[in-house]
Design a protein around this ligand. Structure first.
Ligand code: ZN
Length: 188
């Protein structure tokens, strides 16, 4: 089932998600709905807050994005990221690998038509629980790393506009304000 995507201005986007400790049938259904919703919106990531749920759950799928490559390493072996998509991440944590950061454009399904450059660590190590309830660990770089950091932020009530530098954000301010005003009108 395709779910409605929450837009900026809805307070749920500012709430931290609760940890998920077990994969119930309700959670399995939620994963299916989030994947369907993410794909129908042509997104590469979706966090539970974006469909109105305050849970530590995000879906990511960078399949088919050719102009912005991704890298993935499991147990020190380079793997093909597409073989591991979609990623279902519960309670994800990450740490930076190395000191390289990269500035790149980002969008967000909760901010239609808004894109801005954001600087983030280029390579990270991720730990999470997957949809089978197993603990997983991998390293990633490029677009996949950026997408996971973006979704991790959502799970903690942080939005990509918070990560933009002042000039980028001020250039987008009027468009962001319009989305916020429309959302608030719908919520009233
Ligand atoms: Zn987002």
């Amino acid at each position: 089932m395709i779910l409605d995507i929450v837009k900026y201005g809805d307070p749920v986007l500012r709430q931290k998600g609760e940890r998920v400790e077990s994969i119930t049938s309700e959670i399995t259904k939620l994963i299916d709905d989030m994947l369907e919703t993410m794909r129908s919106a042509h997104g590469i990531g979706l966090a539970a807050q974006q469909i109105g749920r305050t849970l530590q759950l995000a879906t990511v799928d960078v399949t088919g994005v050719e102009d912005r490559p991704s890298r993935m390493t499991i147990n020190s072996k380079n793997v093909e990221p597409e073989d591991y998509m979609p990623l279902i991440l519960f309670n994800p944590e990450w740490t930076t690998v190395g000191e390289t950061t990269e500035t790149g454009p980002e969008g967000c399904l909760s901010f239609p038509e808004i894109y801005g450059d954001i600087n983030r660590p280029e390579e990270i190590e991720v730990k999470a629980m997957n949809e089978k309830g197993d603990n997983i660990k991998f390293r990633c770089g490029g677009l996949l790393s950026r997408a996971i950091q973006h979704e991790y932020d959502h799970l903690h009530g942080i939005l990509f506009i918070d990560r933009m530098d002042g000039l980028v954000r001020s250039n987008l301010k009027s468009d962001i304000d319009i989305i916020q005003a429309e959302t608030k009108k719908l919520l009233d």
